[in-house]
Design a protein around this ligand. Structure first.
Ligand SMILES: [Zn+2]
Length: 78
């Protein structure tokens, strides 16, 4: 006998929204654990040997193809 069938799902959306972790954006954008390289080709992240090394390791482990590895270091999603 609910007159507002959409109410509970809207409530769920709210809960989900508040549960999203806030990523600080004061630093350069788009540096995340999954995507350590941003789209800015002038950014130093593309020359960070530790990061590049991780991609190389993933490539050598067969986790990434060479194309994917290149795309990741260019800041694109795989
Ligand atoms: Zn960057």
């Amino acid at each position: 006998m609910s007159l507002f069938p959409s109410r509970s799902s809207a409530r769920d959306d709210d809960d989900e929204y508040t549960a999203v972790p806030t990523i600080p954006l004061e630093d350069a954008p788009l540096h995340t654990q999954d995507h350590p390289f941003c789209y800015d080709g002038a950014c130093g992240c593309h020359e960070d040997h530790l990061l590049v090394d991780e991609i190389n390791t993933a490539y050598q482990d067969g986790l990434l193809t060479s194309n994917e590895a290149t795309n990741v270091t260019r800041g694109r999603t795989v």
